[in-house]
Design a protein around this ligand. Structure first.
Ligand SMILES: [Zn+2]
Length: 324
């Protein structure tokens, strides 16, 4: 048995002579292998880039439309910057080859219609910070909100343009075959497999809204605190999941996304991947949950029809965290 495992894994043969194949197998040349490896890498890189762009395009309106409901906001010009290290290790060579990604942050995407787009910022431009040094678009030392300083072809340019204020949470793409999304208090993380599962942008917006709500409602520290107190996390995270459903639907609606497919999405996810969405095991997609979601959609639509402000209802005596 041991011999068989070893030979399967690495062709290592011990005790007996090596077992070998009996047919004449095709043997590609080294250069053919190199070309094929590069092609696969390029294709994987293009797929990754497309997903990042989609994630940014879908999350940007959510982060912007809910700025006044977020306790923390930051300036956003509509730019994503990158370096070689921005990418998962196996895509770094392709990033360098295809987009000249190096050690200095340069502009990767300019969102259509954003502040940066209106003044003609382009891929490859270098964003210059307050200390005359290249920076990333989300650099915390970047205080300027009414102009952009860039370097293009060795020439410095100053553009007068006002940044938007958006919720200060990153939305991150994670390479993973697990259909999953989660919040860690600072960022929303969506896996590549979840990006594939969320076929429409409305579905992706639903996921982002739900996870953003976990962050804004401070569920991560609260869940830790509850664990400390009760010693049993599963008992206390369930209401947080319901709250992320409730508040997340408002976030999504405020950004103009369509709520029609919300119930179907959760049901499909629950049926196919009962353990997706971290902490979801504490609450499968139960009838109770689906009905609560249906009631929330009705609540939001009624407010929309009445031209009322689209903000979650708070319990009597509770001040919204963003108003404190
Ligand atoms: Zn959740």
């Amino acid at each position: 048995m041991m011999r068989r495992v070893l030979s399967v894994v690495g062709g290592i043969c011990i005790l007996t002579a090596c077992a070998t194949v009996e047919t004449r197998l095709p043997v590609p040349s080294t250069s053919q292998l190199d070309i094929e490896a590069k092609n696969q890498e390029t294709e994987a890189f293009a797929r990754y880039l497309k997903m990042r762009k989609r994630l940014d395009n879908v999350s940007a309106p959510i982060l912007a439309a809910n700025a006044e409901l977020c306790a923390k906001t930051r300036a956003d010009f509509g730019i994503i910057t990158h370096t070689k290290k921005t990418y998962p290790k196996h895509l770094r060579d392709a990033a360098a080859r295809r987009l000249a990604a190096g050690d200095t942050h340069t502009v990767l995407f300019v969102r259509g219609g954003s502040a940066a787009d209106t003044v003609g910022i382009k891929r490859g431009d270098v964003l210059i910070g307050d200390k005359d040094k290249p920076i990333s678009a989300t650099d915390k030392s970047f205080k300027n909100t009414d102009s952009l300083h860039i370097r293009r072809g060795g020439q410095d340019m100053h553009m007068s343009v006002k940044a938007d204020q958006i919720c200060d949470y990153a939305v991150v793409l994670k390479m993973s075959g697990a259909v999953n999304a989660y919040a860690n208090g600072r960022a929303v993380i969506v896996t590549t497999a979840m990006m594939d599962f969320a076929v429409s942008d409305d579905e992706l917006a639903l996921i982002i809204g739900h996870e953003l709500a976990h962050n804004t409602m401070r569920h991560v520290p609260k869940a830790v605190w509850n664990t400390v107190i009760s010693g049993l996390a599963t008992r206390t995270t369930r209401p947080f999941e319901s709250e992320a459903d409730y508040v997340g639907l408002y976030y999504m609606a405020r950004a103009g996304y369509n709520l029609d497919g919300v119930e179907d999405f959760w049901r499909r996810l629950g049926v196919q991947y009962p353990k997706s969405i971290v902490r979801e095991k504490t609450h499968p997609v139960t009838p109770q949950r689906l009905l609560a979601i249906r009631m929330t959609v009705a609540e939001v639509e009624a407010k929309r029809a009445a031209d009322a402000e689209l903000v979650p209802n708070y319990l009597p005596g509770k001040t919204p965290h963003y108003a404190k």
